[in-house]
Design a protein around this ligand. Structure first.
Ligand code: ADP
Ligand code: MG
Length: 229
């Protein structure tokens, strides 16, 4: 008896498979974290120290999933028509509590209404990663401005912060896998954002000065798979 193996799920790439696995792993992680936090509250002495360590490592596993696959749904490349303006306002709402926590103001300047035909969740992931970095680089009463505009055949998105900025050396290394200057960093966020923008035939550039701030500029071309009107 022979039976050809059929694919129950349509995974086109290994990346899609990875996204699905991470999506599934996330739920049990959240449950484990909840119970560990309860135990942590009740424990004392050495056990409490152990649990502090366990929770910190669990947090690390969570950040890796957050930077890489937070918004990737099991059906990965779900291409749809959506408003980039709405997406940016959505991301703003999602990330505002985090900004407020750090005393940072988040401002959106929408100069054009743009519609894209692409994977909404991937673009969301890219923007969240970049804005999170901007928040993490900012000090109390910092300002982050997100701008959306359209010029001829190109869509421009810029994320500007007045945070600590980067040195020449840091600028050279940005986007390298696992490159991080943070204690609890993953060094995945920028690389993932870059891959997503590149998959849309777009470009992402960093302009930064130490002690002054950083501007991330994203340019997406009008292609047949990216309808702009
Ligand atoms: P992580 O945030 O986990 O460190 P990322 O890939 O998101 O990893 O970022 C890599 C590094 O790039 C950061 O550790 C930081 O040094 C630098 N970086 C990224 N964005 C900014 C920014 N807006 N301002 C200053 N430094 C930044
Ligand atoms: Mg990051």
């Amino acid at each position: 008896l022979k039976e050809e193996v059929r694919r129950a799920e349509k995974f086109n790439t290994l990346g899609e498979l990875a996204a699905s696995i991470a999506h599934e792993v996330r739920n049990p992680l959240t449950v484990v974290k909840g119970f560990l936090q309860l135990m942590h509250q009740k424990e004392q002495g050495q056990n409490r120290d152990y649990l502090t360590l366990v929770l910190s490592e669990l947090g690390r596993a969570e950040s890796i999933i957050t930077d890489y696959l937070n918004f990737a749904k099991p059906q990965f490349e779900k291409v749809e028509n959506f408003s980039l303006k709405d997406l940016i306002l959505d991301v703003h709402q999602l990330i505002e509590p985090l900004a407020n926590q750090q005393g940072v103001e988040l401002k959106c300047t929408i100069q054009s209404e743009v519609h894209l035909f692409a994977d909404r969740n991937q673009i969301k992931q890219a923007l969240v990663n970049i804005i999170k970095n901007a928040i993490e680089a900012s000090e109390q009463s910092g300002l982050i401005t997100i701008t959306l505009s359209k010029e001829d055949e190109f869509v421009h998105i810029s994320i500007q912060d007045n945070g600590k900025g980067m040195t020449e050396d840091q600028l050279q290394r940005i986007g390298t896998l696992f490159y991080t200057t943070k204690d609890k960093g993953t060094g995945l966020g920028t690389m993932v954002s870059l891959k997503i923008i590149e998959s849309l035939q777009g470009k992402m550039t960093y302009d930064s000065k130490e002690g002054v701030g950083t501007t991330v500029s994203i340019v997406l071309p009008v292609l047949k798979n990216i309808q702009v009107y």
